[in-house]
Design a protein around this ligand. Structure first.
Ligand code: HEM
Length: 335
């Protein structure tokens, strides 16, 4: 029973929030003007002296509008979860016989042109003028912004949990990162096809390419500091680390190792995603303790220089050296 309840929550709670985040990233990348406006609002409220917290949410009306618009535009379960009648039901002039299967067409409700101006446009602004995002004079009887979580008495029991998770992820990601379209080999942006979704109960964007990079070195520094501060707590949940990752963590925790970072290329045009896919081993005595990955590194970085930083566990820089990228893949760092 406990196992069933646990796995039920895990199942219902993980893919749903993940699908929301996928929609969020695809939409925020596809609509750079929305992203820019949200980041302007965040910068005015939070700035760069700290990372966001739940307490900031009420001061961010445009971000609130973005979340509502994502739920309207991309309802996670477009037909909700089907139910069936346990007895004959009379609704107006209709009789729904016992055993009928009921779908709630939340997609249709959210894209109703009588309720919304240009319902096929992604436009968070509509929720700044009306709490339900509705057009002026629309009949909004029975409408709620949280209908994506179900209707009737049997709602999603994880709604509050999900809302908190969505808030803190949305605000943190927009505060921390810029999202851009990826480019093809000729440098042309690769558009995201927002209609390229999977079939099934959940409306999931199929894999798409985009570039996600820290908004500035200062943002990156705060993220690293937060990670260092959370390390002790996170370790309690990291039960599936590989042997080398565990050794690394133990060494860092015992103070024997200062984690080394391949920080960033000197060339300011280089993006963090250039690292994806490559492997550099950092050795501590006999142990391989850190691996950094970057796929396009050799081809893209040839002839460029990296700053290799040695940092302590709270992110202070202990030493710094310039390293030609050509030597990079061979490098072994001893701390
Ligand atoms: C964006 C996030 C989420 C959305 C849109 C969502 C939506 C829904 C919907 C539409 C249902 C069906 C309700 C019905 O019976 O009509 C449902 C059920 C459920 N949800 Fe969520 N959900 C989300 C996140 C979560 C999270 C984070 C959890 C748990 C931590 C969770 C746990 C559950 C469970 C256990 C059920 C089944 C309840 C039952 O059978 O009565 N959900 N959810």
């Amino acid at each position: 029973m406990h196992r069933y309840v646990g796995s039920n929550l895990m199942e219902a709670g993980s893919d749903t929030t993940a699908v929301y985040l996928q929609s969020f990233i695809s939409l925020i990348t596809a609509f750079p003007d929305v992203q820019e406006r949200a980041q302007k609002e965040i910068d005015e409220v939070i700035g760069t002296s700290r990372s966001p917290s739940f307490a900031d949410w009420d001061s961010l009306p445009y971000l609130q509008a973005i979340v509502k618009e994502i739920h309207r535009f991309r309802p996670l379960a477009p037909q909700l979860i089907p139910h069936s009648t346990t007895a004959d039901e009379h609704i107006g002039q209709y009789i729904l016989p016992k055993g009928s299967m009921i779908f709630v067409n939340i997609w249709g409700i959210n894209h109703d042109p009588e309720a919304f101006d240009h319902p096929e446009e992604f436009n968070p602004e509509r929720f700044l003028h009306s709490d339900l995002g509705a057009r002026e004079g629309a009949d909004c009887t029975g409408r709620r912004n949280d209908m994506v979580f179900g209707s009737g008495r049997r709602l999603c029991p994880g709604m509050e949990f999900a809302n908190n998770s969505i808030k803190i992820n949305t605000i943190n990601m927009l505060w921390a990162f810029n999202f851009h379209l990826a480019k093809d080999a000729t440098g042309q942006p690769i558009p995201i096809d927002l209609n390229d979704t999977t079939d099934g109960i959940l409306l999931t964007q199929k894999p798409f390419r985009c570039v996600i990079e820290p908004r500035s070195p200062r943002h990156a520094e705060i993220i690293r500091d937060n990670y260092a501060a959370a390390r002790e707590r996170l370790m309690n949940f990291e039960n599936e680390l590989s042997e080398s990752e565990r050794t690394n963590e133990q060494l860092v925790r015992s103070g024997h190792l200062q984690a080394s970072h391949v920080e960033r290329p000197v060339s300011s045009s280089s993006k963090l995603n250039n690292y994806v896919g490559h492997t550099v081993n950092v050795h501590y005595g006999e142990h391989v303790v850190q691996r950094y990955v970057a796929d396009a590194l050799e081809s893209l970085m040839k002839g460029k220089t990296f700053v290799l930083q040695e940092r302590d566990t709270v992110g202070n820089t202990l030493s710094e050296q310039n390293v030609p990228a050509d030597d990079f893949a061979e490098m072994i760092v001893r701390v």
